[in-house]
Structures are given as structure tokens and as C-alpha cells.
Write a protein that binds this ligand. Structure first.
Ligand SMILES: Nc1ncnc2c1ncn2[C@@H]1O[C@H](COP(=O)(O)OP(=O)(O)O)[C@@H](O)[C@H]1O
Ligand SMILES: [Mg+2]
Length: 356
């Protein structure tokens, strides 16, 4: 998506804001606490229907206000789009696309594309396997929309099987009751495992290229296909019954993010971990642009900190051409002078943002 206009009402630190943006590189500057991340978050809420920072959506409503709103006007793949997301304290949110009410944020995500880097995303490299699996499954939803429901379907089959295991353990039902769910876990687990392996294989070359551009050599993204089999589940049935959980399947797999022989989770510096997450975001943006024919909106919060001057320069130079990219930084100077000229600099002060 390309955002031309942002309108906020009682969203985070903004009582009321009207701001015109430009396609291309938009640099959002201001001192700590001014509201840069809030603005980026607002654009993400408007484009995707949810916050990249929190699930507690009432936090998005400005202190003392009852409801907060983000409205965006812009375009997606050449067509005009207008979105409106209203969050009412205690009631949840309402979404509109081109005037029509949407039932869920997924509908917005299916239509509009935006990718975000926030410092919390470092957890994709630093955190446990759960974070990486969840991230890969969300990428799957974005890059292979027809597969978007697969992780959820697998998760539900798994939960049903675990429930059946516990009922058997409690003497409430016979082992036969587990059988149909074992079947589903094998079937959906194989689909999900293959889909993840396919996605990782499609992303891996771009990830390596993007990481190399940012100064991280031999970067690798790996996921070996290892579908759960009937035999493997049957062989573990006794153990699964004792524990009441399923001990094989894609819900236990990890995605390796490495540089040469080093797993970056344990052996990467903070800067390398940041570079890897950025490379992942940029590789996904490249793949989306290729598959959808138009690049996603890129929202990069605080990406420049912790990168040395050479890496900041490399990042600036490698921002996807033709995409709108909104980058936050404490000052104009944080952005390399020899990098691309921003199409627009926005200056943020508490409660306000204006074109410089
Ligand atoms: N719901 C809210 N209502 C009013 N102010 C908020 C709300 N949530 C956060 N803030 C304020 O926003 C400021 C932080 O803004 P942020 O965008 O994170 O700053 P930065 O420019 O450093 O990225 C804090 O001063 C905080 O008090
Ligand atoms: Mg911030």
C-alpha cells in the first residue's frame, strides 16, 4: 500500500492529526518520546487492522478519550483505497474499507500489504522456536493467502487431539477417540510442514542477498521438511497419553537463522540479529513485490540505531525502489547523508506531526 493521507483522532499521543505523506522514502524524526513510533503504529493499524506493538488495543486510545480512530487514504496496486479503524474502549474495534464495514482485520490484511520492523521483532531471531514458528506462519499467510488458514486449522486439530488424549487419560473415553484427530494432525501437519518448507526455500536466497548487502555474510534460513507420520505418532502414543500432549509435528519445529556455522540466536551480536530481522523483512518485501506486482508499504521503526555508519548506508541504499518506506529516526542526521534523499521529512513533537 502507498499512504497519501493520515487522519488520527485520539490515537495514542495524538488528539487530532491530519498529515499528507509522499510515495517513496518518508523520514519521521523527533526526540525520544515525541510520538514517532505512535505514528508508525497508527499507519500499521490503518493498513492492517492491528498494532504491531500490543494486543491490548485499548492502549491505543488516547488517555482520557473513549475512542480512538485512524483513517488512511492511499492506493494499493494502483487502485484508490480508504480505510478507517475505530477502537472503542471496552468494545473492541470497527474496521472499514472503502466505506464498507469489515468483519475482521484479516479482510484488511488480505487486501492491503504492509510490513513492519519494530525493535520487538528482534525476538524473531533472539527468542525461542515459538516466536519463529509464529512469524513464519504469519509470513505464510501474507505470501500464500490460500494457505493463510492452515496454521490455525492445524492448531485446532492439535488441540482436539490433546483434549482427546487427556480424556482417555482421565478414563472418560476410549483410545478410539484419539484416532480421528491423529489422522487430522498427520494430514494437516504434513500440509503445514510442506508449506513452511516451501516458503522458507523461496525466501532463503533473497534473505542471504539482503543480509549480505547489510554486511552479514553467509546468512541462512533453513527449515527441513519433516512431516509428522502416522508411524511416528503411533510410536509415541503411550507417551502422548501420559502427558496429554502431542510430541511430534510442526508445532515443535524450529526455523534456523544462521550466519555460516553460527546460529544467530545464541551466537549473533545484537547488531547481527537486527540485521537478520531486517534482511528477513526486506526479503519478504521483495517476494511480495514479485508475487503481487506491487511492493508492500514498509514501516521501519528505529532501524538505524545499533547499526554502524556503513550498515546504515547500506540499508538506506537498499530500500526497495518504488515502495513507500516510512522510517523513524531521532534526527535527520541519523539517516546517512549519502543515502537516497527522503521524499518527505516529518517532524514529530508531542501530540503533533508536520511536514518539514
Ligand atoms: N494511549 C496513550 N495516550 C496518550 N499518550 C500515550 C498513549 N500511549 C502512549 N502515549 C505517549 O506516547 C509517548 C511515546 O511515544 P512514542 O511514539 O513511543 O515515542 P518515540 O518518538 O520515542 O517513538 C509517551 O510519552 C507516552 O506517554
Ligand atoms: Mg519509538
Amino acid at each position: 500500500m502507498v499512504v497519501a493521507h493520515v487522519r488520527l483522532r485520539d490515537f495514542r499521543s495524538y488528539p487530532a492529526l491530519e498529515l499528507d505523506l509522499e510515495p517513496g522514502l518518508v523520514l519521521v524524526t523527533g526526540p525520544n518520546g515525541a510520538g514517532k513510533t505512535n505514528l508508525l503504529e497508527a499507519v500499521h493499524v490503518g493498513a492492517q487492522g492491528f498494532s504491531p506493538r500490543t494486543r491490548a488495543e485499548a492502549q491505543l486510545v488516547r488517555f482520557d478519550a473513549d475512542a480512538g480512530r485512524v483513517a488512511l487514504a492511499g492506493s494499493e496496486g494502483g487502485s484508490r483505497v480508504e480505510t478507517e479503524v475505530t477502537i472503542v474502549r471496552g468494545e473492541g474495534k470497527r474496521l472499514r474499507l472503502n466505506g464498507a464495514a469489515l468483519a475482521s482485520a484479516e479482510e484488511l490484511r488480505a487486501r492491503l500489504t504492509a510490513l513492519v520492523f519494530v525493535p520487538d521483532r528482534l525476538a524473531v531471531v533472539k527468542g525461542g522456536p515459538l516466536v519463529r514458528r509464529a512469524y513464519v506462519d504469519r509470513m505464510l499467510g501474507r505470501l500464500e493467502p490460500v494457505q493463510a488458514s492452515l496454521p490455525g486449522e492445524y492448531g485446532r486439530a492439535l488441540a482436539q487431539r490433546n483434549e482427546a488424549l487427556r480424556r482417555v487419560r482421565a478414563g472418560l473415553s476410549s483410545r478410539d477417540a484419539v484416532e480421528p484427530w491423529t489422522e487430522r494432525v498427520v494430514e494437516l501437519g504434513a500440509f503445514l510442514d510442506r508449506a513452511r518448507a516451501g516458503l522458507v526455500a523461496a525466501l532463503a536466497p533473497g534473505f542471504a542477498d539482503r543480509a549480505a548487502q547489510l554486511g552479514l555474510e553467509e546468512a541462512e534460513l533453513r527449515y527441513e521438511e519433516e512431516p509428522p507420520t502416522r508411524e511416528a505418532l503411533d510410536a509415541r502414543l503411550e507417551r502422548d497419553l501420559r502427558r496429554g500432549t502431542t510430541s511430534v509435528g510442526p508445532h515443535l519445529r524450529d526455523v534456523a537463522i544462521a550466519a555460516g556455522p553460527r546460529e544467530l540466536r545464541s551466537f549473533g551480536s545484537q547488531g547481527e540479529q537486527r540485521t537478520a530481522v531486517l534482511a528477513l523483512v526486506l526479503a519478504e518485501a521483495d517476494l511480495q513485490a514479485e508475487r503481487r506486482g506491487s511492493p508492500p508499504l514498509l514501516l521501519l521503526d528505529d532501524v538505524l540505531s545499533e547499526l554502524d555508519a556503513a550498515r546504515r548506508g547500506a540499508l538506506a541504499a537498499s530500500l526497495p525502489a518504488g515502495a513507500q518506506t516510512i522510517v523513524t529516526a531521532t534526527s535527520r542526521e541519523a539517516f546517512p547523508a549519502d543515502g537516497p534523499e527522503p521524499a518527505l521529512v516529518v517532524e514529530v513533537r508531542p501530540g503533533e506531526a508536520r511536514r518539514a
